[in-house]
Ligand binder design. Structure first.
Ligand code: PA5
Length: 491
């Protein structure tokens, strides 16, 4: 029996959300300078109760699409509905492990941030520097999510094409950045390896739309499908994220089991007990009624550092919208900021504690780190330092998290804490899924489409026009007609 099949183990791995410090019961506005007390904006139970009917309505509306192959909500089907895909991924991952010593993801946005976050969370923090044996025979792992020429050249300096497999990931199959990377590496592979080149590429893309699927079919490239109704930033639990994770030795079935467990918790009808709905509702109140335009995610674990990057895209691109679903101009959203505990205590926390009352801080904590490091001695003559001797870094990082939470709360700054009992595939699956639900709920409450990204499309189209891509002549004319810049403002 796998450990995630044991109900007791599962319950012991449930991630906890502590929402106390968002509420007026914990944040005392009267402790602030009266001039600013009003800005504190702590949430009351009355605020929550007043919005319960709206939240119930959101649940009914999202519930109709839940677990179905519905438009843009098909990610709710991923935790349990992929047995055949998982089998194919595991087989392919074994082939990659046996045939290559390096695996490179070519992708951007939702096609890159999830693989980066999961790799950082679940593998050794210096994975690529380990010997192949210490990596369990898994290949080195890189994600190219930019088109900086220096970065691409640097990658090509350190990989041996004959021993490298490239996973091109693009749902649309037409993203310029990713397709440029594909064309760079495929030409090099062709030149170097002749007829065998296509064996070095795996394409993860839509099953019918876009260019990549056609190119893959023409050239006999192995493909995986990004299912219909699964958008880029909601795709980590489909082959977009599962293949890179499996290739690097991560137990993807346990990750899906964690997501399935969170799915169950987020089906709860009592919304006060439903982590996805309650957190979505509280963030909605914070941003719409309490002026909290910024959410800082601050993991107290290097392993969760890139979870904040992944969440930033999910939250920003899903909720930052000009129009409501009814076509009204609303300009909503909350700016996500990434921070790292304890590192950014020495960089950003001064602002969070004493600056404007415009943020919610979300701490990500861990009960049990996977390593324990004891602080040595030798400085007994210096009591201001030696008090640390014999303690562990585990205690130090945890105490500093508690201390920062305390300082922020005293300063009247809203904060919440999500704690993982430990960082493992199960809890990471839970966390990813929780954030996806929270985002969908916040989107529904905001009355916007959380699953499109028209603001990104405009930039993509302008790039196509600047390159003279056929079909974009009108956009090019529009760009050419833009007003000239004032030279006196260019110094
Ligand atoms: O969330 C999204 O849909 C986007 O951020 C995409 O992931 C990103 O633009 C990359 O698109 P694609 O996967 O089509 O290359």
């Amino acid at each position: 029996m796998k450990r995630y099949e044991d109900p007791q183990w599962k319950a012991s791995m449930r991630i906890r959300m502590d929402l106390n410090n968002l509420m007026d019961s914990a944040i005392d506005a009267s402790a602030q300078d009266p001039k600013f007390a009003k800005k504190v904006g702590a949430i009351s139970m009355e605020d929550v109760q007043a919005l319960m009917p709206k939240a119930q309505k959101a649940k009914a509306s999202l519930g109709r699409k839940w677990g179905k192959a519905s438009k843009m909500m098909a990610w709710t089907k991923l935790p349990t509905g992929q047995a055949a895909v998982v089998a194919d991924i595991k087989k392919t991952a074994d082939r990659v492990k046996n045939g290559f010593d390096t695996f490179v993801v070519l992708g951007i946005g939702g096609s890159a941030l999830g693989p980066i976050a999961v790799q950082q969370a679940l593998n050794h923090l210096h994975y690529n520097e380990l010997s192949a044996g210490a990596r369990g025979g898994c290949p080195r792992f890189y994600v190219e999510d930019n088109v900086d020429p220096e970065r691409m050249a640097a990658l090509l300096d350190v990989v041996d094409l004959e021993r490298t497999c490239f996973n091109v990931i693009t749902k649309s199959g037409s993203t310029s950045e990713t397709m440029s990377q594909y064309m760079i590496v495929s030409s090099m592979l062709r030149e170097k390896l002749g007829a065998k080149w296509a064996k070095h590429i795996i394409a993860t893309t839509d099953k019918r739309n876009g260019n990549l699927i056609k190119i893959a079919k023409e050239n006999g490239i192995k493909t995986f499908v990004v299912p219909d109704g699964v958008g880029g930033r909601f795709s980590e639990l489909c082959p977009v994220g599962l293949l890179p994770a499996a290739v690097c030795g991560i137990d993807i079935e346990e990750m899906l089991a964690g997501a399935a467990y969170m799915d169950e918790l987020c089906r709860e009808d009592d919304l006060m007990k439903n982590p996805g709905y309650l957190s979505g509702l509280l963030m909605f109140i914070a941003m719409q009624q309490k002026g909290k335009n910024i959410q800082v995610m601050m993991p107290y674990a290097d392993s969760l550092k890139y979870m904040a990057d992944w969440y930033a895209q999910l939250w920003a691109e899903s909720l930052g919208k000009k129009f409501s679903t009814r076509g009204k101009v609303v300009h909503v959203g909350q700016t996500p900021v990434k921070s790292l505990g304890v590192t950014d205590q020495h960089s950003q926390v001064q602002l969070y504690t004493e600056g404007p009352f415009d943020k919610v801080i979300t701490f990500l904590g861990v009960d049990r780190y996977r390593s324990e490091v004891t602080i040595g001695g030798g400085c007994e003559a210096y009591p201001n330092v030696s008090f640390l001797t014999g303690h562990t870094l585990n205690e130090l990082i945890s105490m500093e998290q508690v201390a920062t939470e305390y300082a922020l709360t005293r300063a009247g700054k809203l904060n919440q804490t999500i704690t993982l009992p430990e960082v493992n595939p199960f809890t990471v699956g839970e966390l990813l899924y929780l954030f996806m639900v929270q985002t969908a709920v916040a989107g529904e409450l905001l009355g916007i489409d959380a699953f499109d990204q028209p603001g990104v499309e405009e930039g993509k189209n302008a790039t196509y026009a600047l390159f003279g891509r056929p079909g974009y002549e009108e956009k090019k004319a529009e760009l050419d007609a833009r007003p000239a810049k004032n030279p006196s403002l260019i110094l």
